[in-house]
Write a protein that binds this ligand. Structure first.
Ligand code: NUP
Length: 214
């Protein structure tokens, strides 16, 4: 994924028509559309190729299983047309490697979750965030997920992550600021509710891109 707008929409709506309508409207503005369980459980993986007509698709499945199951999940996801998949790093090197191996076969990308953006990330994950960055580097992932809600932590993670791309959720509804997140080291911001719940999602996306370009 090459940065342009630097904005990724998290399309966590559950209604198929709404998902496609938003994709149609803002697909040309954003660098990717991220789908997650709410949409896929409601509409099925078959919605991926439909959304792909409008933008690259990132499957935020936070894959977190044994290597063989990770492999099967990644194969189904890439076969459906996703351009990238998000996996958890805490399951270990072998499980992450399984995702990266499948992605390489399909010419696709893997992003590894490091520290999550919600308050509960402090309970367990934060203590191991740097190890999770190392897992992503060691296994050849394309990038990592790191929190827009803690810019100082994002900067630390950025220092550790070398050339990995950083996708950062937590802007808007979770309290993070778009410009601050880029300044702290993110390559892309991931924004859901502030766009899809806005009266005019197109204008909300335009406003965010304006902040990112300042
Ligand atoms: O640490 C993470 N935080 C996070 O919010 C990792 C994620 N993948 N996400 C996802 O980003 C979350 O599941 C949702 O799809 C999106 C943020 O949405 P919003 O808070 O902007 O509505």
């Amino acid at each position: 994924m090459v940065p342009d707008s630097r904005l990724i929409i998290a399309l966590d709506v559950t209604d198929r028509e709404e998902a496609l309508q938003i994709s149609r409207k803002i697909g040309g503005l954003v660098d990717a559309i991220k789908v997650n369980y709410p949409l896929i459980l409601s509409c099925g993986l078959g919605i991926v190729p439909e959304i792909k007509k409008y933008a690259n698709v990132i499957a935020d499945f936070k894959v977190a299983d044994i290597p063989n199951t990770n492999r099967l999940i990644c194969e189904e996801t890439f076969k459906a047309g996703a351009d990238a998949i998000i996996c958890q790093g805490f399951v270990g090197n072998d499980s992450v490697k399984a995702c990266v191996d499948v992605a390489a076969q399909f010419g696709k990308e893997v992003y590894v979750v490091t520290e999550m953006s919600h308050p509960g990330a402090i309970d367990f994950i934060q203590k191991h965030a740097m190890d999770l960055v190392d897992v992503a580097i060691k296994n050849g992932a394309s990038g990592i997920i790191a929190p827009a809600t803690r810019p100082e932590r994002l900067s630390e993670i950025k220092r550790r992550s070398k050339d990995l791309k950083i996708l950062s959720p937590g802007v808007g509804a979770q309290g993070g600021d778009a410009r601050t997140t880029l300044d702290a080291g993110a390559d892309f911001i991931i924004v859901g509710r502030s766009i899809y719940n806005a009266k005019d999602p197109y204008q909300a996306a335009i406003d965010l891109i304006g902040q990112l370009r300042r």
